[in-house]
Design a protein around this ligand. Structure first.
Ligand SMILES: N[C@@H](CCC(=O)N[C@@H](CS)C(=O)NCC(=O)O)C(=O)O
Length: 216
């Protein structure tokens, strides 16, 4: 037997949470290593570029692509993601993801997350993101506008949730796509999930054993 699986990750990263989620649901040991945002070398020295998540397999070899990591862990022991996938869920995940970064990115630096535990890492994150996004203060001031857009998608999602235990009734890759996005969006104070989405979010988070992120 080799070393346990190790995940290089950011706490706020929804792609990382896909991997943490499948490992937790399957009871597979996964060592979590949070990378400081300014520690590009931690990533580059392993895979030649700055990217997160990185899974270090039992043989010490790194693996990229979160869904490949999910499939790798899913192949261990009894299958868990046995339910059907529905294209409309993947499409709604894309729609959620087209809105949530405007709400979440300007909030993550305020949450005391371990990837921003030093002022250098915190500011590295800000400098990176402010190259892509509008200044965070005006963005946060537009919270109501983005929440309105998001709530329209969430209302449609609520109508598609078949069970609080699994979006399609039985666990599938759609749950791996969806739950991490709901975990991220839940950092926004004032966002009220429709009842069926709230039930799904709470049930699924409890199943993973992870606490939600702080809310601001
Ligand atoms: N397709 C890849 C995408 C990985 C990705 O885009 N990761 C983002 C973080 S969520 C990243 O590394 N961004 C560069 C950075 O943080 O500097 C996957 O699913 O794992």
């Amino acid at each position: 037997m080799g070393d346990p699986l190790k995940l290089l990750m950011f706490e706020h990263c929804s792609l990382c949470f896909r991997v943490r989620m499948i490992a937790a649901l399957k009871g597979i040991a996964l060592e979590e290593q949070v990378v400081l945002d300014d520690d590009s070398n931690a990533m580059i020295s392993l895979v030649g570029k700055r990217v997160i998540p990185i899974l270090i397999k039992e043989d010490g070899k790194p693996m990229l692509e979160s869904m490949d990591m999910v499939e790798y862990i899913e192949a261990m022991g009894a299958p868990l993601l046995t339910g059907p996938e529905r294209p409309e869920i993947a499409t709604m995940c894309d729609e959620i993801l087209s809105i949530t970064p405007y709400l979440t990115m300007p909030r993550y630096p305020l949450l005391g997350l371990p990837e921003m535990a030093t002022i250098a890492a915190h500011d590295h994150y800000l400098v990176r993101k402010l190259k892509i996004y509008e200044d965070f203060v005006p963005l946060r001031a537009r919270t109501r506008e983005f929440l309105k857009q998001l709530e329209l998608v969430l209302d449609r999602l609520a109508a598609e949730i078949k069970s609080p235990d699994a979006v399609n009734g039985t666990l599938s890759k759609d749950d791996i796509r969806l739950l991490p996005l709901l975990r991220s969006a839940a950092v926004v104070k004032g966002l009220q999930y429709p009842q069926k989405v709230a039930d799904y979010f709470e049930t699924m988070m409890a199943r993973t054993g992870f606490k939600p992120l702080p809310v601001i």
